[in-house]
Design a protein around this ligand. Sequence first.
Ligand code: NAP
Length: 487
Amino acid sequence: MAAKSSSHPVTLIPGDGIGPEVVNAVKEVLAAAEVPIVWEERYAGAEVFKKGVGSGVLPETVESIRRTKCALKGPLETPVGYGEKSANVTLRKYFETYGNIRPVRELPGIRTPYSGRGIDFVVVRENVEDLYAGIEYLQTPGVAQALKIVTRKGSEKICRLAFELARAEGRKKVTCATKANILKITEGLFKRVFEEVSKDYPEIASDHQIVDNCAHQMVMRPEQFDVVVMTNMNGDILSDLASALIGGLGFAPSANLGEDAAIFEAVHGSAPQIAGKDMANPTALLSSAVLMLRHLGELKAAQTVENALLVTMEEGKVLTADMAGGGREPSGTKAYAKEVIKNLGAAPKSFPRREHKLLKMPVVSHAPTLVKAADRRPMGVDVFVETDMSPGVLGPKIEAAVRGLPLKLAQISNRGAKVYPNELGVESDPVDCARLRFKMTREGDALTDAVVMEVLSRVSSYAVWVHVEKLNKFDGQPAFTKDAGED
Ligand code: NAP
């Protein structure tokens, strides 16, 4: 078919396992709906890894997405024993698709323990920061560490996106779920930024839940949610939980949104057990295609395809294996897609329609954000060391070693708990990585780099230093957490 002048170029990645089957279903349905799309088929995933491309993504795939700014993607197998990393994560990072959007809505004809409760919310997950920045170290052969990166800029982008989404979909409330009660600096920053951003959206209610309670609430009373915004790992876990509420992986769509590109995909993976058997449920990818059509401004086409999909589920005449049961015979992926095509133009009886406006991507400054403190004071230094000495033996040696310097050993901690001096006689089971916390002897004095170097040199006589962190005060506020047991 010749491309219409207003056609949208979209990069299409068939993916692995059931990917090509569900992608084909989407192509057929969108062609039948006469949606003006020109597909550019490109490759990523298992076959690309096997060709020796360590990222799992071919350069021509990256080039295509850079040009089309929009991709529909089948699932990509994550390599076990070959390749370097997840091709999904690579794509996310290439295109800084920082916003992961996962709608969770009760579907007609899909029976779950929650049927009839009107579940209808969207999980908005930060998609590039947090523990998924993937910065990990073995501090010692037996002590692993990952850095949880939460930035003011990244938090602002995702929180604004959550409120913009609420506006585009006429939703009334945004809930922020964090672990700020324990992770006061990282999750605390996310919560604070959420509270600041919420002031720019006075017509939308906002609230906060501790994320473990949020998990509990999602299972107990999911109908209370409208939009839920979270940092990466919390969002990863709770969005999978949420998809189980409406029927499972076969039904869960997602959008990965960035400023320069958007990638739409089902939440599920390549399901190798059912690959090539015409058994996969294409609903999740079809619903992802509906999100893509809205993103492209094809609001009417999105409604037509979504309606056809809803009618197919509502009538339940043709079902894939994961929907069948209770005496109902399953059909295949191809038959299901044909039924959706047959239903193009029909509207569901039992599914309240939601008006969608175009989602406005938030504009946040591109300047590398230096959030400046008027007063910045390094007041000490933490030196992490590898040692098998007991704190009671190591402590006095380090105290003696730094004598004469303008700082002193304030304490030693192990896995975040103070173990020296141990005035309270706290029982602990230390590992071979200890933190030596040094503070300036005279309050108000600032630490210099030369003193840090000297500390490292002197500490090295007793233990191997593995990691150093400055203890700053920004505008009079400590920029670090206290140990359990620290005054
Ligand atoms: P999975 O592929 O999502 O499959 C888990 C199970 O869910 C399947 O065995 C199947 O259950 C069911 N299922 C998933 N999608 C379905 C569909 N469309 N229709 C019907 N049933 C469906 O998860 P996994 O087995 O953990 O992962 C397999 C591979 O996919 C891994 O390499 C993983 O890294 C990758 N993965 C990729 C993505 C992505 O590209 N975004 C996401 C997740 C996982 P039954 O066996 O009961 O039929």
